[in-house]
Design a protein around this ligand. Structure first.
Ligand code: ADP
Ligand code: ZN
Ligand code: ZN
Length: 659
């Protein structure tokens, strides 16, 4: 009898596969049940092994879980690439893209639900006559048939979504399918609505706030060709759509495409890799493209298509820096700003107020002795949330009761300082008693359907004020807004972070994109103590390309990304010395390597989260492929060190911030 040997990946944090034997041939990417320790767990077949190093103790695969492989060829290859590129344990990478219900040894299997959706254009949906720019762009994009990343650089309101819809239409007509990625769950309803209005037939949705059952259904229906359009967040990047024709990555610049914890992958980069392996087009849309993408356009690796005018022909809003150095602030709002808001309200207009902090106030402090409420397990101040009457740690989400007296001096004079969304909301509510004030932040949008409710409330109202965090600046369409106010841009303008200028420019220009979609007179007021800041002067022109070109020049001169490549190696441990010792050992190992520069060990910010101290090394090199090889060498070394056992260590490849 023939015996075959297979390498199997299991969903554990291990950078290796395990070899098992089998009496039958099994396809790559298939789920199997294998004995592991005393348990039987799910594994994924990675490759056939002709001659295992040793046959001793090899166990046999218990059973094949499904009639079909879990991954098709290109998704499978994309995952292998990702495991190598991010140096992340292979099993964890594979299992990140398996629906939760298929990760466990249970009675769920991969089988068709046989509920096919038909797609036709809805007659009642009004299809616009395209603008000249839209027409030209669409006709060029329609000619892209193979892998070739296309950047659709379209100012807000230039009709990018309409282009996506008409691209999708062409693919659907040919019985193919299409995947649309958005950076955040909150952006799904709006894109979903446009697709639902346009097409009869079901539009699949996939994101992490759905139930495991909902996700499994969409995944299975995609796999068996029952649905052809899926809108989702980064976790849907490998949605097993049959006959996939193209991937659209909307708001490609958005940092939320990067997963922050665990397997820190970029959904955008994986989308591009997948498109390359499937040899299909990938369309990246943004009004404020990332420097990385713009550089690749310059290098002629990506093509750029411009939509520089709004579909309504109206000019973009004016960005107006407002000097608040000598103004008292009420809930973060200067007197001058308040009167501008009042004028807009009196004209029956809608206003959007942007502040990058949720909760009521970021400091809860004793006036007598200066004691400040801090999280007991993180190195961070507690934020006062008035709506919940609690103090909350924004790093670990621990909730604390309010102290009625100071734990240090027993004084009862405890006060809040600083401003968050709740405080702005309160101040506005007491100033404009009859106007709906709608808050949009992490806290107010957590419940299912809350985003839809907010849209409805805003659309129904005449005058209204929306107060929100950066969530508000992203891709949302509020047609009646004529005035945007940015309360705290200075933090971003003065930040020492890499690419801080890129980030604040994107934020300010994205916020300004929310205003004046229907109004010529729209404006964006930026409260600042530095009205003459050089960067602000450029951003104020609203010409993102100009700012981006400048940033690219600066980064080139400094050898910073995208003209170099960076990885952060972070170590955490309850014991600070363990982290430092481990990182110093890494540093001395890499110190003499050519074309590698190291900064650190540095304390991470915040230094402590959930009781663990955090330190990191910044590792920089000129090219990705070289750094990748060095990290591979490093990883192999690290795994043999006794010091490694004392810390938890992770790589952040292509980090968005360096703290
Ligand atoms: P973007 O995604 O670039 O911000 P959208 O596609 O959302 O822009 O378009 C902005 C608004 O203009 C939407 O309400 C959309 O329905 C409308 N629109 C799009 N294309 C046209 C067009 N050619 N003529 C008129 N209105 C259009
Ligand atoms: Zn005190
Ligand atoms: Zn905490």
């Amino acid at each position: 009898m023939n015996i075959f040997y297979y390498d199997i990946a299991v969903g554990l944090p291990l950078r290796k596969c395990f070899t098992y034997k089998s009496k039958v041939i099994i396809k790559k990417g298939t789920r199997v049940i294998v004995p592991f320790g005393k348990k039987s767990i799910v594994g994924i077949v990675i490759k056939k092994i002709s001659n295992p190093d040793s046959l001793k103790g090899l166990k046999e695969i218990i059973s094949i879980a499904d009639d079909y492989p879990c991954f098709d060829k290109s998704s499978f290859e994309t995952i292998l690439w990702a495991a190598e590129y991010y140096h992340h344990p292979i099993g964890e990478v594979f299992f990140s893209f398996v629906p939760t219900l298929l990760r466990k040894n249970n009675n769920k299997t991969i089988s068709a639900l046989k509920k096919f959706s038909e797609y036709q254009l809805n007659e009642r949906d009004k299809k616009y006559k395209l603008t000249k720019e839209q027409k030209a762009t669409l006709s060029k994009l329609n000619k892209v048939k193979q892998f070739s990343p296309s950047l659709i650089y379209g100012v807000t309101g230039s009709g990018k979504t309409e282009i996506y819809l008409q691209l999708a239409e062409k693919f659907i007509q040919k019985n193919k399918s299409i995947l649309i990625l958005v950076p955040e769950i909150n952006l799904i309803p709006q894109v979903l609505k446009r697709f639902k209005d346009r097409f009869s037939g079901e539009i699949g949705v996939y994101h992490s706030r759905q139930t495991p059952n909902q996700r499994l259904k969409v995944w299975l229906r995609s796999k068996f060709g029952e649905i052809k359009i899926v809108v989702g967040t980064r976790s849907s990047v490998l949605m097993p759509l049959k006959n996939l024709a193209a991937i659209i990555v909307d708001e490609e610049h958005d940092h939320s495409y990067k997963q922050a914890d665990g397997f820190k992958f970029s959904g955008k980069d994986l989308a591009i890799k997948r498109a390359q392996l499937e040899n299909i087009p990938v369309f990246l849309g943004s009004a404020t493209p990332s420097l990385q993408t713009l550089k690749l356009v310059k290098d002629q690796k990506y093509k750029k298509f411009d939509l520089l005018t709004r579909v309504d022909g109206k000019k973009p809003p004016k960005l107006i820096p407002l000097d608040i150095s000598n103004s008292p602030l009420l809930g973060g709002i200067a007197i001058q700003t308040m009167s501008i808001i009042e004028m807009a309200i009196n004209k029956g207009e809608q206003i959007l107020i942007f502040i990058n902090r949720r909760g009521f106030a970021p400091l809860y402090e004793c006036e007598n002795c200066g004691w400040v409420a801090k999280c007991s397990s993180c190195d961070s101040n507690l934020v006062f949330h008035k709506s919940k009457n609690r103090l909350i740690c924004h790093k670990c989400e621990s909730v604390y009761a309010i102290n009625s007296s100071c734990p240090d001096c027993h004084s009862t004079e405890i006060n809040t300082f600083g401003t968050g969304t709740e405080k702005v909301e309160q101040v506005l509510k007491s100033t404009f008693k009859k106007v709906p004030i709608i808050r949009m932040d992490y806290d107010s949008t957590r419940l299912k359907g809350s985003i839809e409710e907010i849209y409805e409330k805003v659309n129904k109202s005449k005058e209204a004020i929306l107060v929100g965090t950066q969530m508000l600046s992203k891709g949302h369409d509020f047609p009646k807004v004529t005035l945007c106010v940015i309360l705290n841009a200075d933090g971003g303008l003065l930040s020492p972070e890499i690419n801080a200028v890129e980030k604040i420019a994107q934020q300010l220009i994205q916020v300004s994109g929310r205003a004046g979609r229907n109004n010529n007179l729209a404006k964006v007021v930026i409260q600042t103590r530095y009205p003459y800041d050089e960067n602000l002067k450029q951003i104020k022109t609203g010409n993102y390309q100009l700012v981006a070109d400048q940033c690219l020049k600066t980064n080139k001169a400094k050898g910073m990304p995208p003209y170099s490549t960076i990885t952060i190696l972070r170590a955490t441990s309850p014991n600070p010395l363990s982290c430092i010792k481990f990182l110093e050992k890494v540093s001395s190992l890499l110190y003499n390597k050519k074309n590698i520069s190291i900064i650190g060990p540095l304390p991470s910010i915040p230094l402590k989260i959930k009781g663990n101290l955090r330190n990191h090394l910044i590792i920089k090199s000129d090219t990705k492929s070289y750094l990748n090889r060095v990290l591979k060498f490093l990883t192999n070394e690290i795994e043999t060190w006794p010091e490694t056992k004392k810390v938890k260590w992770t790589y952040d490849i292509d980090p968005h911030d360096m703290s």
